[in-house]
Each structure stands twice: as C-alpha cells, then as structure tokens.
Design a protein around this ligand. Structure first.
Ligand SMILES: NC(=O)c1ccc[n+]([C@@H]2O[C@H](COP(=O)([O-])OP(=O)(O)OC[C@H]3O[C@@H](n4cnc5c(N)ncnc54)[C@H](OP(=O)(O)O)[C@@H]3O)[C@@H](O)[C@H]2O)c1
Length: 286
C-alpha cells in the first residue's frame, strides 16, 4: 500500500537516505531542520495537521555524544521532549511513529549480543536522552523504535567508517578500538527494514535494527582495508581506554537482531553491507 510518509530530520545521514529511498514506493514529505524544528511543539502539531501522514519517521537527533555533556538541555530537548511531541501528534492523528535509538542506552557490560529485553543503563547524557526518547516514542499506540549502531552509508559520507576509509585510501595510519564490539548498521538496510516493517505490518515495539553479526572497530577497519584493495594499510588495534574520550562508550555492544528476523525482516551480514557500500557510486567517489 502506498503511504504518505513524513520524514523529519531529513537532512541527516539516515534522514537523507530515508527520504530519498522511501520515495520509490511511498509519497514522502521530507522536512529538514530548516523546514521543521522538532523542538517547536506548536510547529510540529501544525505541520502534522497539515500533512496528515500515515507514518512519521523521526530521523532527527542531537548526535554529538561528547558535546551533549555541556549541552544537556539541548540534547534532552531534541532526543526526548521532541519525541514526546511527535508521539502525541502520531497518537492524535492515528499515524505510526518510527523512531531510531542507539546502543548507547547500554553500559557495555553484558558479554553477548544484546537483546531488546536487556536492561539499559546509559553512561552519558546522549544515551540518557535517547533512552527517554525511546520511552516517549513507545507512548504512541502505533510505534516502531529501532535501535541502530555505528551507522554508515548516508548521502553525506561523514560517519566514523567514512573517516577510517578516507585514512586507509590516503595511506595514513589508522588506530581503531580493538576492544569495543559493535554490530554496524548500513543506512540502506535500515531504510529497507523500516519499509518492510511497515509493509508487513509487523508487531509494534522495540527492535534491534543492526546488520547481522558483530566485530570490533579494529576488525571493521581491517575489513574495510581488504574491501578497498589496501590489505597492507597500517592499522593498529588500540584499547578504547587509550583514547581519553569524554564519555565512556559501551565496550561490549554487539547486538542481536533476532527479534527483527523473527518478525519477518532479516538483516544482511555486516561484511556484505560494507561491501555494498563500497561498491556504491557515492562511496567510490569519496
Ligand atoms: N550516527 C551513528 O553512528 C548512530 C549510532 C546509533 C544511533 N544513531 C541514531 O540514528 C538516528 C540517525 O542518526 P544520524 O547519524 O542520521 O544523525 P545525523 O546525521 O546527525 O542527523 C540528525 C539530523 O537531525 C537534525 N536535527 C537536529 N536537531 C533538530 C531539530 N531541533 N529539529 C529538526 N531536526 C533536527 C540535524 O539537523 P542539522 O543537520 O541541521 O544538524 C540532522 O539533519 C538518530 O536517532 C541517532 O541517535 C546514530
């Protein structure tokens, strides 16, 4: 069924891909921050009343993990309070709300792929604001909250994976965490999973929407070097503690997407996703 989909935060890494790719099967209204500031509750209500979308896809977020410690109110405003506004607007208009969250809601202490029922325990303001956002999103009767991780592949190519790839191609040494495990999420696969959840009418709720399998950042960098035809690239695996990060990242953040698979939306392996990304015309230009 062709849906009317409102994508907010449409200027971001995920939002840009979402707006572009959902257009192939749905009618999309794409709102960048300049068109709709999600922290302006009145503007959100008016916009939703005017558009009357079947689905609101919230790709807006405050994503600067370290800066959030100095700007906690801004992070909370965008990642939590604005989600409450969107959830209320969705509830009022019978729309489905799709919202994205993060592995940063976990503390990284569980040494196996994380499942949706594992207890969150965010370590910083960003993670806390995203957890609150999850809770607010779940107040919409029709909601999908999709946790993604180490996102890559958006139209602007500015993810950590893009930065590593750039260094590999330039022959610069790469230092990558050898002890932080992740299950990366390719934006094209997140968009496809979002479209498929909507198409099949999967049960509403919380899902881990990551590519299958897991690796370390060091493993990711080495796979990138292979795929980029630079197996000799100077890659050094380092402990995360050596980076002196302002906010602790979850160390063990491999995520299980079994619930999503069982709902009928299997996710490709992370290596396959990286390969497709590198093959895509956009990535080849970077
Ligand atoms: N990137 C990752 O590695 C990662 C990992 C885990 C989870 N996530 C989650 O995945 C989702 C998408 O992330 P992303 O990487 O696409 O983030 P992104 O590239 O930073 O995009 C976020 C977008 O939200 C917009 N925005 C910020 N404040 C806004 C406001 N008040 N009103 C409207 N729009 C606003 C930003 O606008 P401007 O461009 O004007 O700033 C930007 O276009 C987020 O929920 C994020 O928390 C991301």
């Amino acid at each position: 069924m062709k849906l009317l989909v409102l994508v907010v935060g449409a200027g971001g890494q995920l939002g840009g891909a979402m707006a572009e790719q959902l257009q192939t099967r749905h009618t999309v209204v794409a709102a960048t921050r300049a068109r709709l500031d999600v922290t302006d509750a009145r503007a959100v209500d008016a916009f939703v009343d005017e558009v009357r979308p079947d689905v609101i896809v919230n790709c807006s977020a405050y994503t600067n993990v370290d800066r959030a410690e100095d700007e906690p109110l801004t992070a909370l405003d965008v990642n939590a309070m604005a989600v409450r506004t969107l959830a209320r607007a969705a509830a009022r208009t019978d729309a489905t709300l799709v919202h994205y969250s993060t592995d940063f809601v976990f503390d990284g202490s569980i040494d196996r792929p994380l499942v949706e029922t594992d207890p969150p325990n965010p370590r910083g303001t960003y993670g806390l604001s995203k957890l609150l956002g999850e809770w607010f999103a779940a107040d919409a009767p029709r909601h999908y909250v999709l946790r993604v991780e180490s996102l890559f592949g958006g139209p602007r190519g500015r993810s950590s994976i893009d930065r590593i790839l750039e260094n590999i191609r330039a022959g610069r040494p790469v230092r990558a965490f050898a002890d932080r495990t992740v299950s990366p999420s390719y934006v094209d696969d997140v968009v496809a999973a979002t479209a498929e959840l909507l198409r099949i009418g999967a049960p509403f709720g919380l899902y881990h929407c990551v590519n299958s399998g897991w690796t370390t950042w060091d493993g990711l960098a080495r796979e990138l070097a292979q795929l980029a035809g630079r197996p000799e690239a100077p890659i050094e695996g380092v402990p995360m503690a050596s980076a002196g990060l302002a906010v602790e990242r979850p160390l063990r953040a491999a995520m299980s997407n079994r619930k999503l698979t069982e709902a009928g939306v299997p996710m490709p392996d992370w290596r396959d996703a990286l390969g497709r990304y590198l093959e895509s015309a956009g990535a080849a230009d970077r």
